[in-house]
Design a protein around this ligand. Structure first.
Ligand SMILES: Cc1cc2nc3c(=O)[nH]c(=O)nc-3n(C[C@H](O)[C@H](O)[C@H](O)COP(=O)(O)OP(=O)(O)OC[C@H]3O[C@@H](n4cnc5c(N)ncnc54)[C@H](O)[C@@H]3O)c2cc1C
Length: 427
């Protein structure tokens, strides 16, 4: 039976002794962050992950999500665990207090996120995507969305997704075909297909807020091959009015669940947008015919900026997924090497009365376990230091600008190295 013990002591050492959080109280969100509060958050999150999320990991993967009659069901136990997660306040840990969150800085949300990924990646991804989506909505949405939609995502009543990838494009987004056309009332009608959308549908929440990128026609009705007419949209599964009232089902339909090798309790979906009502986020695009000044970008790229804000959080989140998977793989490898008997130690039998020695006596097994542990601990420290730099970049400290550059530099490094090393540890 797979095991997981949240590395609370490792996190305490990192946050208190290495990064000295108590000396960072001037940073945004750190003022009330006493060592006791940090310890409480770490130990309660660890306990929740060990006791509520992890026991559903294997059964959730074996059962997987089901797609029947156009709707998705998550595995047994997921609904109860998700509700408990939200009721405990984990869904809004990093959200501003103004929308019902706890206002904790990214260094703490990162720690809780890693533990969730180790314990049950399928389940923990639903609120992770929602946090990315409400972050983007708060950064780019109008006041009525901040007032009526964001708080319901922060509480976990509603979930969010990030819908970029299409059948014809993943990395190269300028090839996207999804398009949205403005309506007389200022909303847009969206048509197209998105694939591989994490949490694209589920039975955990009563509504899903899709954050979608799509092309709009220019002032001559032309769709262009480049990114210049790409915009960022909010597309709810059930339509939300400006007063917060929820009306009818929108034209967003689930085409199916993608077939994956793992994380089968996570519904990675095909989404079809058929005349879906969409709200464009960010400033109105500048007509393409308007000449640009030196270094100036068209305002439609504000859509891309909103999307990249969400993507960067997701990139860091994916790197931390890798670290969390490296941790849990190491723990299970370590436990297995201490119960499995294989051959004899090179220096002669360690337990001659037994038919074979424990696997851990073999130098190469020790090397692999040490490598997994060292890379996980090192990457965790790098990710924590990067999230601290995110907070510094948003502060009035003189080094704020440099911290922002470090965040830009380290985010893709953590994404790729974190996942590579997590894969290596699990291998
Ligand atoms: C489990 C899972 C969940 C996902 N969730 C979401 C989601 O929630 N929302 C969403 O929008 N998408 C999601 N995706 C899709 C994912 O983001 C895409 O897979 C990704 O954008 C890559 O696109 P692609 O798979 O089409 O690969 P392609 O773009 O076809 O690329 C194929 C390969 O070429 C490499 N490559 C491409 N360009 C270059 C280059 N210039 N130099 C070197 N190598 C290059 C790529 O790294 C890749 O290995 C998910 C995917 C998975 C597997």
């Amino acid at each position: 039976m797979p095991i997981y013990r949240a590395p609370v002591e490792d996190f305490r050492f990192l946050l208190h002794d290495v990064l000295e959080l108590d000396k960072q109280r001037d940073l945004p969100g750190f003022a009330d962050l006493s060592p006791d509060l940090v310890d409480d958050i770490l130990s309660n999150a660890g306990k929740f992950c060990e006791e509520v999320l992890q026991p559903l990991n294997q059964s959730g993967d074996e059962e997987g999500c089901r797609f029947e009659n156009g709707t998705v069901s998550t595995p047994k136990g997921f609904r109860r665990a998700y509700k408990a997660y939200c009721e405990a306040g984990w869904s809004g840990l990093g959200a501003p207090e103004s929308v019902g969150g706890a206002g904790m800085p990214p260094i703490l949300t990162m720690a809780v996120h890693e533990m969730g990924m180790s314990a049950n990646q399928s389940l923990a991804m639903y609120p992770m995507l929602t946090a990315g989506a409400y972050g983007a909505l708060l950064a780019t949405g109008p006041d009525w969305m901040k007032q009526h939609i964001a708080p319901r995502m922060v509480s976990g009543e509603w979930a969010g997704t990030m819908a970029l990838t299409e059948p014809g494009c993943g990395t190269d987004l300028k090839l996207m075909k999804t398009r949205a056309v403005e309506q007389p009332d200022g909303t847009y009608k969206m048509n197209g297909t998105k694939i591989f959308i994490s949490g694209g549908d589920q039975d955990l929440t009563s509504n899903i807020i899709h954050m979608v990128i799509a092309k709009i026609p220019d002032e001559n009705g032309q769709i262009h091959d480049d990114l210049s007419t790409v915009n960022f949209f909010m597309v709810p599964k059930f339509i939300v009015k400006e007063d917060g009232g929820v009306t009818v089902r929108n034209g967003v339909n689930t085409g199916g669940i993608e077939h994956k090798m793992g994380i089968k309790g996570q519904a990675t979906c095909v989404l079809n947008f058929d005349d879906a009502i969409a709200w464009r986020l960010g400033p109105k695009p500048t007509p393409r015919s308007t000449p640009l000044g030196p270094g100036e970008k068209r305002s439609s790229s504000a859509g891309m900026a909103g999307m990249f804000g969400m993507m960067n959080a997701a990139r860091l989140g994916v790197g931390i997924q890798g670290i969390g998977l490296g941790e849990v793989a190491y723990q299970n490898g370590y436990a297995y090497a201490h119960e499995r008997r294989v051959g004899r130690a090179l220096t002669g039998p360690m337990e001659p009365e037994k038919p074979a020695d424990l696997e851990i006596v073999h130098p190469d097994v020790k090397r692999m376990l040490l490598q997994a542990r060292a890379s996980t601990e090192g990457l965790r420290a790098l990710a924590a230091w990067t999230t601290l730099n995110i907070s510094i970049s948003r502060s009035s400290r003189p080094e704020a600008e440099t911290a922002g550059l470090l965040e830009d530099l380290m985010t893709p490094v953590i994404k790729s190295f974190g996942t590579d090393m997590g894969f290596e540890a699990a291998n």
